[in-house]
Design a protein around this ligand. Sequence first.
Ligand code: NAD
Length: 263
Amino acid sequence: MLTGNVTLLTGGGSGLGRALVERFLREGARVGVLEHSPEKAARLETDFGDAVAVTVGDVSSAADNVSAVSRTRKAFGKLDTFIGNAGLWDFGKALLDLPAEAWPAAFDQLFRVNVQGYLLGARASVEALRETGGSMIFTLSNAAFHPGGGGPLYVAAKHAIRGLITQLAWELENVVRVNGVAPGAMSTELSGLPALDQDGVTLRGTIESIGGEDAFATMIGRPRLPRPEDYVGAYVLLASDQSRTTTGTVFETHGMLGAPAKS
Ligand SMILES: NC(=O)c1ccc[n+]([C@@H]2O[C@H](COP(=O)([O-])OP(=O)(O)OC[C@H]3O[C@@H](n4cnc5c(N)ncnc54)[C@H](O)[C@@H]3O)[C@@H](O)[C@H]2O)c1
């Protein structure tokens, strides 16, 4: 479905991003990745060779986004799809869990990656996407629609991306399509914020500490915990020509019709 497509995706080193790299390659695309972790970047190069063009960098840096676009175009000649995906989590830190003076640093760390990162990726890729009539796709979450998928920082950031999609789809109408995918919970290396003393804490580690995927699925009211690869089909569809009239939408793949029960 994606033969000849060239995609640049952020946070492709693990979790959903890594599943997207694998699926897009299987669909016939060539893939650029902007990834923060040098170890994960090296693993991508070892596993996929010349089919991927990896840039080690930070999505919150304008220059690193520009470098990733350049590297992808140099390797594969053009850019058809930009996927903003790299993100951090707040592990559900609630308003009353922190004193007022602790919030600004946490806000900066989460919004710099989860919102500024997508904005800068869009800015860096837009001219290349205009040349191909391409599209942008942003990873959201059930937290973009419902409470309880994080604390106020994460939920607000994912709601902000809905606004970004609406605005960019309007600004770029007839030029570049802009859509989102909202997956739900999965066991990944989704990481916390240093400002919340969550350095090195991952969602997978937390899931293991409460008894594994089945126990976690029960806790959040799911029959089983989906895997990252369960969520990637919507990205393939939105990146493909089959979605050529689709812009300004969010494909809700999280499978939840409401918020999870309060613990
Ligand atoms: N895991 C879940 O339950 C879940 C649910 C809904 C939505 N999401 C969303 O899925 C997306 C991917 O997260 P994941 O769960 O696969 O986590 P993950 O940590 O496994 O993957 C994120 C990747 O982004 C990279 N990254 C982090 N900060 C970066 C930065 N500043 N610059 C460049 N790369 C950076 C990480 O090294 C990692 O490879 C995020 O946007 C997350 O909010 C996750």
